[in-house]
Design a protein around this ligand. Structure first.
Ligand SMILES: NC(=O)c1ccc[n+]([C@@H]2O[C@H](COP(=O)([O-])OP(=O)(O)OC[C@H]3O[C@@H](n4cnc5c(N)ncnc54)[C@H](O)[C@@H]3O)[C@@H](O)[C@H]2O)c1
Length: 257
């Protein structure tokens, strides 16, 4: 049990990688706050974890709201008794275009990729410190490591997530809080489809997006959510006890080029 006696939060946890992570952490002994704006789906994840003998609580919140993004930490601590890990998994594709992009699209991308994530982090730090230390994880992307031609705004935000995490790794080392980033390549989740269905995207259908993607993935496939969750489990657990400030690509080899 790699997460025995641990309690923490996963954001955007009602679907995709967040869901796979919440389920995996619970199976490894953690008590998990499943945070998502889709309340019914979050309850479903919790029901599945409980049916498997694990411990979890659903917290419904629209994390674009900064007050809500902070409040989830107190809510999770009240429900679980302590907080010693946080997976800030929330993110958003943002606009595909630069010329003529709508300010509202830019604001939404900033709010979900950075502002909300920083707010949750701000609330979590004193509580993880009070627990004697722990681990914070962010979700960036291959687009946070190299430029994404199709998503310049997203690429900027996800580079920012890595910068924030590296700086925090330095700042929080004395508090015994490790801070790392997982950088997924393409993963088969609803968001993968969203990247391609933006009105200004080069590819329109899931098939077209998948085909274009496979062309740049050396392993020639799209990942399953659990493959990223497994990396998240490693980085959050004591198996990564000497790993902090790292941005780990889980990308089928995309960034090896
Ligand atoms: N899917 C990919 O190919 C891919 C690749 C690299 C990085 N990422 C990153 O992974 C994360 C998304 O994960 P996924 O692909 O597992 O997504 P997903 O589409 O499976 O799930 C996203 C979840 O976020 C929730 N959500 C959306 N807006 C919210 C809000 N305002 N407040 C609270 N919850 C909200 C949704 O309800 C949903 O449950 C993002 O950080 C994204 O940038 C995804």
């Amino acid at each position: 049990m790699r997460m025995k006696n641990r309690a923490g939060i996963v954001t955007a946890a009602a679907s995709g990688m967040g869901r796979a992570g919440a389920e995996m952490f619970a199976a490894e002994g953690a008590a998990v706050a499943v945070v998502d704006r889709d309340e019914a789906a979050a309850q479903e994840v919790v029901a599945g974890i409980e049916a498997a003998g694990g411990r979890a609580v659903a917290i419904s919140a629209d994390l674009r709201d900064v007050a809500a993004a902070k409040a989830i930490v107190a809510q999770a601590e009240e429900a679980l008794g302590r907080i010693d890990f946080l997976w800030n998994h929330l993110g958003h594709p943002g606009p595909g275009k630069v010329e003529g992009m709508a300010q509202e699209d830019l604001s939404l991308a900033f709010d979900l990729n950075l502002r909300s994530v920083m707010a949750t982090t701000e609330a979590a730090i004193p509580r993880i410190r009070a627990a004697g230390g722990g681990s914070i994880l962010y979700t960036s992307s291959t687009a946070g490591l190299i430029g994404s031609r199709y998503s310049p705004v997203y690429s900027a935000m996800k580079h920012g997530v890595i910068g924030f995490a590296k700086a925090l790794a330095l700042r929080l080392a004395d508090d015994n809080i490790r801070v790392n980033v997982v950088c997924p390549g393409p993963v088969m989740t609803p968001m993968f489809h969203t990247f391609g269905s933006r009105p200004d995207a080069a590819q329109k259908t899931l098939e077209e997006v998948t085909e274009a993607t496979l062309g740049v993935v050396p392993l020639k496939r799209v990942a399953e959510p659990r493959e990223i969750a497994a990396a998240a489990l490693f980085l959050l657990s004591d198996e990564a006890s000497f790993v902090t400030g790292a941005a780990l690509p889980v990308d089928g080899g995309i960034t090896a080029r």
